[in-house]
Design a protein around this ligand. Structure first.
Ligand SMILES: [Zn+2]
Length: 219
């Protein structure tokens, strides 16, 4: 993949190595098995340049070539033989609606999948009172309540992306930190890749704790 105008080679190299590392870690922990999941880092806003994992790649073994760079409409800006992830529209929806969100991570864990189905009919569920909530950006006390919204799964990504955009900029109760897609997985984001990775870890802890607690007959 050649360098592109307006993108420093350092940013591109950091983005690629950071996402490869995230893929290895998430695969090892069972959150990105097989070729599931997709990850992105925004290299530049003006002009918009999004580094995204290519479609169909084993996330535990991402090579330097398993990425594409896209413009604001999701079109590849480099002559790469790779195709962008099918869920590109969701990455664009998130970092275009939230101007500070420069990294978006999507995973497919067992716990997220279980909860997304368990609460699918209600459209979401609350997580509250856990110390680990403080690992999410802007939450300063364990005495917090987080709504995890669940969207129906669909192959119509433009329609889902439109709905996600609306919810991210909702005046009354916008989505914060992340959301689930039913029987599918988690989307979360952060100011940078380190923040987004931390959010995946925090959500996974909270999801696993919630399901295990319930399977003990509590909660
Ligand atoms: Zn997915």
């Amino acid at each position: 993949m050649g360098l592109i105008a307006g993108t420093s080679s350092r940013l591109l190299e950091e983005g690629i190595s950071g996402l490869r590392e995230a893929g290895k870690d998430f695969h090892r922990r069972g959150w990105s098995l097989g070729t599931s999941s997709n990850y992105s880092v925004l290299l530049n806003r003006e002009p918009y340049q999004l580094l995204l994992t290519a479609s169909g790649k084993d996330k535990g073994k991402l090579s330097e070539l398993d990425f594409v760079i896209l413009d604001a409409e999701g079109r590849a800006t480099t002559a790469s033989p790779e195709k962008p992830s099918a869920e590109t529209g969701l990455h664009l929806a998130i970092n275009q609606s939230l101007p500070w969100a420069n990294a978006v991570l999507h995973t497919h864990s067992v716990w997220a999948t279980l909860l997304s189905e368990l609460h699918g009919d209600e459209g979401g569920f609350w997580i509250e009172g856990y110390e680990m909530l403080k690992g999410l950006d802007g939450i300063r006390t364990h005495d917090a309540r987080l709504w995890v919204e669940i969207f129906p799964n669909t192959q119509d990504i433009p329609q889902l992306a439109g709905r996600v955009r609306e919810r991210l900029i909702d005046q009354d109760r916008p989505l914060t930190h992340g959301f689930l897609i039913r029987k599918h997985g988690l989307y979360t984001w952060g100011r940078n890749l380190a923040d987004a990775r931390r959010h995946v870890e925090i959500f996974e802890f909270l999801f696993e704790t919630t399901v295990r607690f319930r399977s003990l007959g509590r909660g």
